[in-house]
Design a protein around this ligand. Sequence first.
Ligand SMILES: N[C@@H](CCC(=O)N[C@@H](CS)C(=O)NCC(=O)O)C(=O)O
Ligand code: FES
Length: 102
Amino acid sequence: MDAQAKIKETVTANKVVLYMKGSPKFPQCGFSSVAAQILNACGAEFVSVDVLQDMDVREGIKQYANWPTIPQLYVNGEFIGGADIMRSMYQSGELQELLAKA
Ligand SMILES: N[C@@H](CCC(=O)N[C@@H](CS)C(=O)NCC(=O)O)C(=O)O
Ligand code: FES
């Protein structure tokens, strides 16, 4: 399966998916750490994908949503944003609302 098909399957099969560097317990980058912490602060159940484990996914995810960086949050198959967007949506309460509906 190519990276695009794999990503599509993952974001379709799981309501909330965070593509990140490392894992929520052992994040390998500050941006990914913040993204995982925000989801935890929302009390969200989520699946995380460590892009450092798969270079095809690391590059493929940038094409998938036409977004050049990691982390990337997907809710119900839809790209939501990276760490900055997640932070501002969290501060406005929009992210909690989105996750509650998911
Ligand atoms: N401002 C970005 C910060 C994320 C970022 O700059 N990520 C970089 C460094 S971790 C990245 O993914 N670079 C491409 C790569 O490492 O493949 C956000 O809001 O998510
Ligand atoms: S790994 Fe260096 S900024 Fe994310």
